[in-house]
Design a protein around this ligand. Structure first.
Ligand SMILES: *Cc1c(COP(=O)(O)O)cnc(C)c1O
Length: 357
C-alpha cells in the first residue's frame, strides 16, 4: 500500500484526477480572501476565524471548533488530547493516520496504534471488542477509537450510521472515546443525506478538511466539547499551529461552506460516470456500484501494464493525471476543477492506454 505516485512531469495536466487537493481557489473564493476581516487569531481576535469556527461547530453539532493549518494536525491534536504517551488508539489498517501522517501518532501524539482490518476501511464493534486488552499494569491503556468517514483507501466509502453507533457503543463500554477523521465527511453527508451533526453526534471529536473537496487552499477545522477544544488550543500552540491574521485563509473556508458543499454531488455523479465509462473494459477491474463518493479505484493488472506505468502513460500520452496507488491499481478523484468533458477525456484516455497495452 503506497501513497499515490506522482508523475514526474511538472506540466499542468489537461485533466487532473490525482486528488481533490489539486483544485485551485475559485474567483469567488479569491474575492472572499481579499476582503476578509482579520485580527490576531491566537488571541481569539480574528473575526473571520471565529466565524468559521462557529460555522463548523454548528455544522457538526459540537460546542466549539478550532481552525488548524491541516487535517493531519486535526488528527494528531485530537489523539494528543485524548491520550497520554503510551496509550493505544484502535483504527483501521488502511487509515490515513497510519499510512500518510509520517508516523505522527507515534511522533506527535506519542501513542500506540492498533489496526483492525475493516471492509473498505469500515470496521465493526465486534472487531473493536476482539482487540480489547485486559486492564493490567502491563498493557497499554486503550483510550480512543478513530474512524475515517469517508474512508480514503476504502475507495471513498461511507460509514453506515448504525455502524458508527455500534463502534461507538463498544468503545464507550470499555471507557474509550471516539474520534472521526472527517476529511471528506461532507462527501458522506451529501451522498447519504445523513447530516454532519448526526454522524458527529456518535463521536467525541470530529473534523472536516477545507482543502479537499471544499476547494480551499489550506486548513481543517476540529470540533468537540468546550473542554476538548480548550485542550486542543494548548496543543495547537505546542505543535506550532497557532497563527496570526489567519482570517485570510479562514475566509476561504467560510466561502466554501456557503458555496461548495451541495456541489459535491456533481463530483459524485462524475466519479460514477468515470467508473461506468470504463466498466466494460475486460482488462480493467472496477466496481461502479462501489463508487460511493468522489473516488474511483481501478485495477489495471489485466492489461499487463503495472499501475505506475499505466499512470505514466496516461500523463505522457494524454495529459491525464491519475495516481497509482499500488503495483496494480490507480485512483481517480473528482473535484471542483473537473467538469463533464474532462471525465469523457479521462475515459477516452484510459480506453486508449488499455487498447495499446
Ligand atoms: C487528506 C487527509 C488527511 C490529512 O489532511 P491534510 O489536510 O492533508 O493534512 C487525513 N485524513 C484523511 C482521510 C485524508 O484524506
Amino acid at each position: 500500500m503506497a501513497a499515490p505516485t506522482a508523475t514526474t512531469s511538472i506540466a499542468r495536466p489537461r485533466v487532473d484526477l490525482y486528488s481533490d487537493t489539486v483544485s485551485r481557489p475559485t474567483d469567488g473564493m479569491r474575492r472572499a480572501i481579499a476582503e476578509a476581516e482579520v485580527g490576531n487569531e491566537q488571541a481569539g481576535e480574528d473575526p473571520t476565524v471565529n466565524r468559521l469556527q462557529a460555522m463548523v461547530a454548528e455544522l457538526l453539532g459540537k460546542e466549539m471548533a478550532l481552525f488548524l493549518p491541516s487535517g493531519t494536525m486535526c488528527n494528531e491534536i485530537a489523539y494528543r488530547v485524548w491520550c497520554d504517551h503510551g496509550d493505544e488508539i484502535i483504527l483501521d489498517a488502511t487509515s490515513h493516520a497510519l499510512h500518510f501522517e509520517t508516523g505522527g501518532p507515534g511522533a506527535l501524539a506519542g501513542v500506540m496504534t492498533r489496526p483492525v482490518s475493516g471492509d473498505r476501511g469500515i470496521f465493526t464493534g465486534a472487531q473493536v471488542e476482539a482487540v480489547i486488552r485486559p486492564k493490567t499494569r502491563h498493557a497499554p491503556r486503550q483510550k480512543l477509537v478513530s474512524i475515517e468517514n469517508t474512508a480514503n483507501l476504502g475507495g471513498g466509502a461511507i460509514w453506515p450510521l448504525e455502524q458508527v453507533a455500534d463502534v461507538a457503543a463498544v468503545a464507550r463500554a470499555h471507557g474509550m472515546r471516539v474520534h472521526m477523521d472527517g476529511a471528506r465527511l461532507l462527501n458522506a453527508v451529501v451522498a447519504s443525506g445523513i447530516s454532519a451533526a448526526r454522524f458527529a453526534a456518535e463521536v467525541d471529536s470530529a473534523w472536516i478538511d477545507l482543502s479537499k473537496g471544499l476547494g480551499c487552499p489550506i486548513g481543517g477545522v476540529l470540533a468537540g466539547s468546550a473542554a476538548f477544544i480548550e485542550e486542543a488550543w494548548r496543543f495547537k500552540h505546542q505543535f506550532g499551529g497557532a497563527m496570526r491574521q489567519a482570517g485570510i485563509v479562514a475566509a476561504a473556508g467560510v466561502y466554501a461552506l456557503e458555496h461548495h458543499v451541495d456541489r459535491l454531488a456533481d463530483d459524485h455523479t462524475r466519479a460514477k460516470r468515470l467508473a461506468d465509462g470504463i466498466a466494460d473494459l475486460r482488462d480493467i477491474a472496477v466496481d461502479a456500484n462501489r463508487v460511493d463518493t468522489n473516488m474511483v479505484y481501478f485495477d489495471v493488472s489485466g492489461t499487463g501494464v503495472d499501475g505506475p506505468e499505466f499512470s505514466r502513460r496516461l500523463m505522457a500520452e494524454h495529459q491525464v493525471r491519475i495516481g497509482a496507488m499500488s503495483a496494480s491499481s490507480l485512483r481517480a478523484v473528482t473535484h471542483l476543477d473537473v467538469d463533464d468533458r474532462d471525465i469523457e477525456t479521462a475515459i477516452a484516455a484510459i480506453r486508449a492506454v488499455t487498447a495499446e497495452a
